[in-house]
Ligand binder design. Structure first.
Ligand SMILES: *Cc1c(COP(=O)(O)O)cnc(C)c1O
Length: 485
């Protein structure tokens, strides 16, 4: 239990003259005297002043007010990586790697270029693609890169009428957003009741104005699109390219490859599939892979391996252009390679299989109490449409909030938009059977509580440091600074 004193803002804990160090008053008198007077600060900077122990307690208490994967289970859907093995963090924070400057001349960073190139080759093998760039900084950035590359391909063939992108209605929101940013028009295609693309609805949409179709497989409901060879044939017959959103590739690792399914371009979220913490918006990495025949269009700069075994950074005149100022988020690249090498081919396959098993186990253990709108074997994740018993008035939001009282992070809620009460669960491969069983038991308790004592569920959480913040007010009137009273 935290002492409320240290929960105050550090500015509120500040007392004039308190400090956690002692240095002679004018420690660098000569240096200060040599600065031009105009550059010297005249007024107080207004930093908080506190003793060392107060600072330590304040920040340590703050860190325990937050929920993290190091303190409990995170069933958040469409998000994959939650637990990131510590060895990968150790690799990324090695001083040799962490202090590398992006402009280091190539002859001094051959090791870093080898890491980049080795990961790009591993991803090409995993995705069944010819070549990868690791430059894009996020999944959405990868989508944008892939779609711009697709435009560059059509343009290079003088085919300039292709301005549309077909996207299933179950897609992640970044798909239509990226298409719009790439200057392409979004054409939605509907899903069947089982969550897969309606091939009959797709056929009339395909013509010579379509640049690409974007797909996620397994899709956002965690369901494998069995019609994919047929869809690939239809898209290619129409002269368009097929784009694979591989943000959450984990159930496919070593089992099926987008390149073999007929995809031309894909991105992978390293921060979702290959071990990088990604709460709070970053840092990420969204490498883009292409099939044979499109490699020349990949963005500059590019890392190549020369015949003498050394590496170089080049700019190709054929490239689609540049999408990043550097070769991407290098620390994320290091973690991903560390993860892949430490698991090995067998370990990667096992991770996907376990993630799939865990998701199906939870689904089957809760389906008598929660509404299962798509009843089939899922991959790494699945979606409930709220509680089965709708008469209690207890919503998905209430269930998610009540889970916090049981010491679990909430699942993804109200996404995908296909159902009113979506509650999306993705356990991943790292959780023990005991943890999963205790989550199932909490979900069952909450469902029973919703019937016997709905008010307790509706007013949850009861035990967290902050209860129900007004999300709308916080978004409309953010208070981001501390005004001294
Ligand atoms: C997370 C996600 C994205 C977007 O990735 P960001 O790195 O957040 O930009 C795209 N597609 C799917 C299916 C995702 O789950």
């Amino acid at each position: 239990m935290n002492n409320k004193l240290y929960d105050k803002l550090i500015f509120e804990l500040s007392r004039q003259g308190r400090r956690g160090y002692s240095l002679p008053d004018r420690h660098f008198p000569d240096a200060i005297a040599s600065f031009p007077d105009a550059l010297l600060r005249k007024s107080d900077i207004g930093l908080p002043q506190a003793d060392e122990l107060t600072v330590v307690r304040h920040y340590t208490n703050m860190s325990t007010n937050n929920f993290g994967v190091d303190t409990g289970f995170y069933p958040l859907g469409s998000c994959t990586m939650k637990y990131n093995p510590k060895i990968n963090e150790e690799m990324a924070s090695d001083p040799v790697i962490a202090s590398l400057h992006p402009d280091t001349p190539v002859r001094y960073c051959q090791g870093a270029l080898a890491i980049y190139h080795t990961l790009a080759e591993a991803l090409a093998e995993i995705g069944g693609m010819a070549e990868f760039t690791l430059n894009p900084y996020a999944g959405a950035h990868g989508e944008l890169t892939g779609l711009m590359l697709c435009r560059a391909w059509h343009d290079s063939r003088g085919d300039r009428r292709r301005t549309k992108v077909i996207i299933p209605d179950s897609a992640h929101g970044t798909n239509p957003a990226s298409a719009a940013v790439a200057g392409l028009q979004v054409v939605p295609v509907r899903s069947l009741p089982d969550g897969t693309v309606d091939v009959e609805a797709l056929a009339p949409l395909l013509d010579d104005t379509v640049a690409a179709m974007m797909m996620t497989n397994p899709n956002t409901l965690g369901i494998f699109e069995r019609q994919i060879p047929e869809i690939a044939r239809m898209v290619h017959d129409a002269g368009a390219l097929l784009y694979y959103d591989g943000a959450n590739l984990n159930p496919m690792l070593g089992i099926a490859r987008p390149g073999d399914m007929g995809f031309d371009i894909m991105h992978i979220n390293l921060h979702k599939t290959f071990s990088t913490p990604h709460g709070g918006g970053g840092p990420g990495s969204g490498p883009v892979g292409v099939r044979k025949g499109l490699e020349h269009l990949l963005p500059n700069p590019r890392v190549i391996k020369k015949t003498d075994g050394t590496y170089d950074i080049i700019s190709s005149p054929d490239a689609m252009g540049r999408v990043s100022s550097t070769l991407g988020n290098f620390a994320v690249v290091v973690r991903a390679l560390s993860y892949i090498l430490s698991l090995g081919a067998d370990g990667l396959m096992e991770a996907g299989g376990l993630a799939t098993l865990n998701a199906n186990y939870i689904k089957e253990s809760l389906r008598d109490l929660y509404e299962l709108p798509v009843d089939t074997v899922c991959k790494h994740e699945f979606v409930f449409d709220g509680l089965k018993d709708k008469s209690t008035g207890v919503t998905t939001l209430n269930v998610a909030k009540r889970l916090l009282d049981y010491g679990f992070h909430a699942p993804t809620i109200y996404f995908p938009l296909l159902f009113h009460e979506s509650l999306m669960i993705e356990p991943t491969e790292t959780e023990s059977l005991d943890t999963i069983d205790s989550f199932i038991s909490a979900m069952r308790d909450i469902a029973l509580e919703a019937a016997s004592d709905p008010e307790t569920v509706k007013s949850a959480p009861h035990t967290t440091p902050v209860r129900r913040p007004d999300d709308t007010d916080a978004a409309l009137h953010p208070r981001l600074t501390f005004d001294e009273l």
